[in-house]
Structures are given as C-alpha cells and as structure tokens.
Ligand binder design. Structure first.
Ligand code: BDR
Ligand code: CA
Length: 341
C-alpha cells in the first residue's frame, strides 16, 4: 500500500491525476489539500471532493489552507480550466464537507504521525507546502518521496514566455520550498516534473476513445475537432462522461493557443511518477525562482553544474516515456470506470 498526501488546485489535469490515483487499489489517500490556483481554494476543495466521490473514494479528508499566494494577489485561470475548474464537466455536488483542519496543519500532523512513510504529490502552486514547512521546518525530512509538478527549465513557459503556471501563481512560496531543501541528502530531494517533460504528455481524442473502450462503453467516445465547442458527452458511464467533458474543454483551450486539438496532462504524469509506474530519468540540480524582476517573475532556473556553489535541492525529470505513461493511465482509469456502479 502506498500512502499519498496530495495538494492540488483541481483543475482538469489535477482531476485526471486524482482519478488515476483513485483507480489504483493499492493507493491510500492520506488526505488531499486545496491550494488556490486554477480556481479559488474553496472551489478546488469542492471539485476535489466531487471527483473523489465519483471514483468511489468517499470519506477522504479534503482541507483548505491558504486563500491566496504568500505575497501577491491570486490570479485564477478560467480560460484554461473553465469557470469552475473542470471544463465542461458538471459533477453532482459532493456529499462530503471540507475538513476543519488547515491544510498546512494537516500536512505537518500527517507527516509527524508517519515519518518517512508518506508520498507527497503537489500539482498546484506551492503555497500550502511552503506554509507547512514554515510550521515544521523538518517536514522535508519527515516526508518520504516528494513529487512536484512545476517549473520550466529549457522549455518555454505556459504563463509568461519563461514561467510555468504553478510557479508563477506563487513564486515566493516556490522559492521558500526550494530553499528549504538545500543541503538535504539527494534521496530526500523533491522530484520535479516541469514543462520540459509534462508538455510531452499530449492527450488526444484517441486516448479518450481507448479509455471508453477499456471501460466497456457500448458506443465509441468521439470527441472531434470539428464538433461545436462545448458539446457534451452522451457516454453511459458517468466517469467516462465527466472526463470526456472536462478534457474536451482542455483540448479546445490548447487549440486556441495553436498547440493542436490536444491537452497537456501535466498533473496526471506527476501522479504516475509519484507512484513509480512510469520510468523517468532525473538529474540533480540547484533550483531557484525569480521573485523580483517583472520580466522574469516566477521563472525557475536550474543550476546543473554547481556554478552557484550551492548544494542541489531538487531532482529534475529529464526524460519520460509518454506512450508508456498513457498506456498506464488509460488501462487503470478505464478499469476503474468499468467497475464503478
Ligand atoms: C500546471 O498549471 C495548472 O494549470 C495545471 O493544473 C498544472 O498543474 C501546469 O503548468
Ligand atoms: Ca494543477
């Protein structure tokens, strides 16, 4: 059993990450916390509860923490993920309610209770994680494997020409988190899934078609570039229908930015890395974040050669295998969809 503690800003690709982890019978969600990012933190929490319930994972603790980034105002992104964060998908309101615990307290208490045992996955701005480290500076030692989706190194940004969304939303938090890892043993360093490799995860309509087949859907799940924007899925399977509606929105968004009728499923890739079901190669680096220059705000810089004379604080994913990762995602999520009532 792998015990996973997550922080998310659900978010279409966060939703796919949650569904994928929920599809793995040997994954226990310790809790899922909500950072403000794609949508505000309360909407993130509602989306997260609704997704977990849709996947048959009722009762997972979902908590809110920060209401905004550490030092700058929150900017959300309805054009990327839809006004509610799940694209065209409309989910039943969750039966569960948001925990009374603050996300940062929850992280600290969970890590202290099971030192070295938890796998941490953060697919959101690093706000809650930075707050948790402020409360417990030993948190990097107390957590087991840590995987972060964020940053962009030798790859153009997706928010500014050089900055990636999660880091751009809260660059100060990201800077604090990287600083906290300086000098830690390499096996404790966070594994960073940056745009350099997550943008190779191009989800396309044919992946949805296969997913529906795996789920045993009677009709082919066709999401076509020529369809009118916003067309809703008629799949009989509730999980396939919601994923299809969410991903259609993401395809439309990426096409608007000339990237083709596809979606970069950054967070789902990071989830596969967290549970070790996709092969990656990593390199040690010292990472820092720009928080002053208006031109480069939120830009991540990696020093692979020790030019700054500082110890490494991250393991950056340098290569990945998108085909294998999609096979894993489709098989596992399809099987979950097929066994849901
Ligand atoms: C990241 O930004 C968010 O919009 C996505 O959910 C992902 O975590 C990619 O830059
Ligand atoms: Ca996200």
């Amino acid at each position: 059993m792998q015990s996973v503690l997550m922080d998310v800003d659900t978010g279409i690709d966060d939703a796919l990450a949650l569904v994928y982890l929920a599809s793995l019978p040997d994954v226990e969600f310790v809790a899922v916390t909500a950072s403000p990012g794609n949508v505000d933190a309360h909407q993130v929490a509602r989306n997260t509860l609704a997704i977990l319930e849709l996947c048959g994972r009722r009762g997972v603790e979902v908590a809110v923490g920060a209401e905004g980034p550490l030092s700058i105002p929150l900017v959300t992104t309805p054009e990327t993920h839809g006004p509610q964060g799940l694209g065209h998908a409309v989910l039943p309101p969750p039966a569960g309610t948001v925990s009374a615990r603050h996300a940062a307290d929850l992280w600290v208490e969970a890590a202290r209770a099971r030192p070295g045992e938890l796998t941490a996955l953060i697919t959101a701005p690093l706000t809650n994680f930075a707050l948790a480290i402020r409360r417990e500076p030993r948190l990097p030692e107390l957590l087991g494997k840590v995987v972060i989706m964020g940053g962009s190194f030798y790859h153009q940004g997706n928010t500014t020409p050089t900055a990636e969304w999660n880091t751009h939303v809260d660059p100060h938090a990201a800077k604090e988190v990287y600083a906290a890892y300086r000098g830690m043993p390499s096996e404790r360093l966070p594994i960073i899934c940056s745009l350099d490799t997550t943008e190779r995860m191009e989800m396309r309509p044919e992946h949805l078609l296969r997913l529906a087949q795996e789920a045993g859907c009677a009709e082919p799940e066709l999401v076509l570039p020529e369809d009118p924007e916003g067309r809703r899925s008629t799949a009989g399977n509730a999980l396939v229908r919601r994923l299809s509606d969410a991903l259609r929105f993401y395809f439309e968004f990426h096409r608007r930015y000339d990237q083709g009728y596809l979606a970069h499923v950054h967070d789902a890739f990071a989830a596969c890395v967290a549970v070790g079901r996709t092969d990656v190669a990593t390199a040690l680096a010292t990472v820092d974040v720009e928080t002053v220059s208006p031109l480069l705000m939120g830009t991540t810089v990696a020093d692979y050669r020790g030019l700054w004379g500082l110890p490494p604080n991250a393991r950056i994913v340098m290569s990945n295998n998108p085909k294998q990762c999609f096979d894993e995602l489709i098989e596992s999520v399809g099987a979950l969809a097929g066994r849901l009532p």
